[in-house]
Ligand binder design. Structure first.
Ligand code: GDP
Ligand code: MN
Length: 360
């Protein structure tokens, strides 16, 4: 059975509500937010930014997902804020559950361990469901079948600059698969065995390594050509990942056999629950190994904030044009935890990605 066509029955029908709003943007794309009812205000804040800076000109549809039914207020107010159609998805139970095969005692012990170590969300079971969902299930929802692209939006983000072009069209026309703004190191305590499982997976499915991949970004000093030629991944994961609270990406990447097999393999190992694997390192490891690096795009022109990290575009044009309102010195690329410099060193610097000498 093809897992991408698999068990995507919604527990409740998704609902299309609101006044008629017409999509003008030409891509099969949606703005996507997984969110809780109690985050309504922060969700509206993000929507306001995305609408003002981008979507008021394109009217792309919004898709909201929740493990619980949305409240009437959530639906009314977000529909009101949207300039395009809105769809509300209740996630089916089997996409937000602990797999039967896992050991419940081991899960409790794992959560307790990370809680006492003070790891962020270490003791949270809902956070684990969220990370597993964002790794393996968001793209399987019925409501997304009609789309090729998504832009992940989280509550309480900020956009600093007008986006006067269609980034989905840009992605499609330039053959890109994944777009990101911020990258950083993961907390090692949340993924102690993820890399070993990833290497094991690749040894089972060596054909999934892409030529000219981004192994060099996730393993310091890696020999990418050799890894591809020998179909073998060696070395230590440096914990670099794309920060997945912002993603403009192809759904078809996740629907592909390599990604589906990778997710299923990881899921069967239990680390989403025994440890606290994040969707960001899971996406990033798959992208880095399974895609040629020129299919990954850094949006250097999108000013973005998700606490505690921000990136203000560094090029003059973004500012001279008046598109942006942000402080250029707020650039996470300069933080010791950023993996941006590693990316730029390997792939070249995007539009003004580094702080101009005059501002250093
Ligand atoms: P952080 O960005 O890692 O600090 O985590 P967030 O709390 O922002 O969660 C990531 C995303 O998942 C956000 O869009 C949240 O609204 C959403 N989210 C997190 N936990 C849950 C949950 O239990 N239920 C639902 N429906 N959404 C959640
Ligand atoms: Mn968040």
């Amino acid at each position: 059975q093809d897992p991408s066509k698999g068990s995507t029955v919604l527990t409740e029908p998704s609902t299309l509500v609101g006044q008629p709003k017409v999509t003008i943007g030409k891509e099969k794309a949606t703005l996507l937010m997984l969110v809780r009812n109690r985050e309504l205000h922060k969700a509206l804040g993000s929507m306001r930014m995305v609408e003002d800076r981008f979507n008021r000109k394109f009217h792309y549809p919004w898709t909201f997902m929740n493990d619980k039914p949305f409240t009437d207020d959530f639906i009314r107010f977000t529909t009101g804020m949207a300039s395009g159609p809105v769809e509300y998805v209740v996630i089916p139970k089997e996409h937000w559950s602990v797999p039967d095969s896992l050991n419940k005692t081991k899960i409790q012990q794992g959560m307790e361990k990370l809680r006492t170590e003070g790891v962020i969300y270490g003791g949270s079971s809902s956070y684990r469901h969220m990370c597993r969902f964002n790794s393996g299930f968001f793209y399987r929802q019925e409501a997304l079948k009609k789309y090729d692209w998504y832009w992940r939006v989280e509550p309480d983000i900020e956009l600093y600059c007008d986006i006067n072009y269609d980034p989905f069209t840009f992605m499609r026309e330039s053959g890109k698969v994944y777009g990101w703004v911020l990258s950083m190191f993961e907390f090692e305590a949340t993924i102690p065995t993820l890399w070993q499982h990833t290497k094991d997976f690749i040894s089972k499915f060596p054909q999934f390594i892409a030529e000219d991949n981004s192994l060099g970004w996730i393993v310091d000093g890696a020999n990418v050509t050799k890894a591809f030629a020998e179909k073998k991944v060696e070395g230590n994961y440096n914990l670099c990942h794309f920060w997945s609270n912002f993603e403009i990406a192809s759904l078809n990447f996740y629907r592909s056999e390599p990604y589906q097999k990778y997710f299923d393999y990881l899921d069967s190992q239990g680390g989403f629950f025994y440890e606290r694997w994040g969707d960001a390192p899971v996406h990033s490891l798959a992208l880095a190994l399974m895609l040629p690096r020129n299919k990954i795009h850094h949006f250097a022109d999108i000013g973005y904030n998700h606490a505690p990290a921000s990136r203000c575009p560094q090029d003059d044009a973004s500012h001279v044009s008046g598109r942006c309102y942000c402080d250029r010195s707020r650039n996470y690329d300069n933080d010791n935890y950023s993996c941006g410099p590693r990316w730029f060193a390997l792939n070249g610097v995007g539009i003004g990605a580094l702080l101009p000498a005059s501002l250093q």
